[in-house]
Design a binder for this molecule. Structure first.
Ligand SMILES: CC(C)(COP(=O)(O)OP(=O)(O)OC[C@H]1O[C@@H](n2cnc3c(N)ncnc32)[C@H](O)[C@@H]1OP(=O)(O)O)[C@@H](O)C(=O)NCCC(=O)NCCS
Length: 176
């Protein structure tokens, strides 16, 4: 299986080949790193944000091999970011060689444990490009419900994209 652990600056060396030029970013708002150096700088910001109690980014590690296979994180939704934040959205990716093994589902489950546990959040959301069925599935398998479709939600590589908004509130997690 997998575990989420605190991000280390050196993780970016393993993450870069999983995302750069692989198509993993096709269904992310982020277009992927422009270069390894740019990714190093961005990743360092994420590492520092964790320490400051802001956006919580984790490195996903395959337990059996210790391989770094992706990242997952919780970010306060605008308007709920005054501490303590109560509402967050999830972003994650799993490198293509590691997809389809239940790791994405497990990563979301572990993020819910952190979010509703240690962070004390009230609500966790995910915005998924319409048509990204694998992503919608990993959230629904973890108890998220479809709250609606946001039309023309974001611009991705010059094209306006609709998003499914999925969410789960604390009470649903407790009774799950
Ligand atoms: C979305 C993502 C994290 C899923 O990770 P994963 O480790 O492959 O997910 P899992 O193996 O836990 O589960 C995938 C589920 O989607 C299903 N699935 C995958 N592709 C599918 C498709 N084209 N149509 C229908 N179902 C599909 C799988 O069958 C599985 O469901 P099941 O367990 O009920 O069979 C991964 O594909 C990814 O990183 N994609 C690129 C980045 C991205 O889109 N991130 C999410 C942004 S919101």
């Amino acid at each position: 299986m997998i575990e989420l652990r605190a991000p280390l600056p050196s993780d970016v060396e393993a993450l870069h080949p999983l995302v750069a030029g692989t198509g993993v970013a096709d269904t992310l708002l982020w277009d992927g790193p422009a270069s390894l150096d740019e990714y190093r700088r961005t990743w360092l910001i994420f590492v520092e944000e964790v320490a400051r109690g802001g956006r919580q980014t984790f490195t996903i590690v395959e337990t059996a091999t210790g391989a770094v296979i992706g990242t997952a994180g919780l970010r306060p939704v605008a308007g709920s970011d005054a501490a303590p934040w109560f509402r967050a959205d999830i972003g994650l990716f799993i490198g293509i060689p590691y997809q389809g093994r239940g790791y994405g589902t497990a990563a979301v489950r572990q993020l819910l444990d952190v979010g509703f546990g240690k962070l004390g959040l009230e609500k966790i959301e995910a915005a998924v490009f319409v048509g990204n069925v694998a992503s919608r599935r990993i959230f629904e398998k973890n108890g998220f419900v479809l709250e609606g479709t946001i039309r023309k939600a974001v611009r991705k590589r010059g094209r306006l994209v609709d998003e499914w908004l999925l969410g789960i509130v604390r009470e649903e997690r407790v009774s799950a």
